[in-house]
Design a protein around this ligand. Structure first.
Ligand SMILES: O=C[C@H](O)COP(=O)(O)O
Length: 261
């Protein structure tokens, strides 16, 4: 059993406007309370669209809810002439604890290269926001059995230029692209294999302390019915959940199943 705190993060993607977000967060909070989840056993995070964050902040802080929240992306730039971008300092002012960086849907849709991802990780850390760095292989790479090498290279290049001390608290989300939104879930063995490889890589490149403290979570069609087996390995510290996080009570049930693993 590791001493890392379980992390269950719900990435809403482009779902729930700011009014729907208020309702969804409220229902999640009530359901977590009803589930009597031990708050010391896990961190439950909601990651809404940018337009919802202020409403989510007001609700969570106003009602002192046991939830934290974050953003789905961040600019690598400082504030300035960057149309459509969101600076890390803005997210910090909104009380964001986490930010997803390098999600495969953004890497693909925005041709987001590893060096841009590394700059985003750096921008988040500079504002004391915890990056949830997403990495993971394609179906072809898994079929060709190059998935581990690819994912570790993606990890190292997405952390380029950052020294080990700066990475304290980093969260890494292993998300095999072929499992995202498909209903296809990696097996517990797949998740454990990659988490162990990532942790060994961190130890080799950044030392045992960082390797031991870094939370490595899994994402890709996680549901209440499969979360316990995916988390069976001590190297897997939680989940980045998409579709199954959109309904508050369902996500609370998933969190309860994760804690009970
Ligand atoms: O960020 C979440 C991941 O992309 C997984 O999404 P999913 O649970 O809908 O497969």
């Amino acid at each position: 059993m590791s001493d890392r705190t379980l992390l269950l993060a719900g990435n809403w993607k482009m779902n729930h406007d700011h009014l729907e977000a208020i309702s969804s967060v409220q229902k999640l909070a009530w359901a977590l309370e009803d589930a009597k989840l031990d708050e010391t056993k896990c961190d439950v995070v909601v990651i809404p669209p940018f337009t919802d964050i202020r409403s989510v902040q007001t609700l969570i802080q106003g009602d002192k809810l046991w939830l934290t929240y974050g953003a789905q992306d961040v600019s690598q730039h400082e504030p300035g002439a960057h149309t459509g971008e969101i600076a890390a300092s803005f997210l910090s002012r909104l009380g964001c604890t986490y930010v997803v960086v390098g999600h495969s849907e953004r890497r693909a849709n925005n041709n987001e290269t590893n060096d841009v991802v590394a700059a985003k990780v750096k921008a988040a850390l500079a504002q004391d926001i915890t990056p949830i760095l997403c990495i993971g292989e394609s179906l072809e790479q898994r079929q060709e059995k190059t998935h581990v090498d690819f994912t570790l290279t993606q990890l190292e290049e997405s952390l380029a230029g950052l020294d080990s001390a700066a990475l304290e608290g980093l969260v890494i989300a292993y998300e095999p692209v072929w499992a995202i939104g498909t209903g296809e879930t990696a097996t517990a063995e797949d998740a454990a294999e990659m988490a162990a490889a990532i942790r060994a890589h961190l130890e080799e490149k950044h030392g045992l302390a960082l390797a031991s403290s870094t939370r490595i979570i899994y994402g890709g069609s996680v549901k209440t019915g499969n979360v316990a087996q995916i988390l069976a390995s001590d190297d897997v510290d939680g989940a980045l959940v998409g579709g199954a996080s959109l309904n508050g009570p369902d996500f609370a049930a998933l969190c309860k199943a994760a804690v009970a693993k």
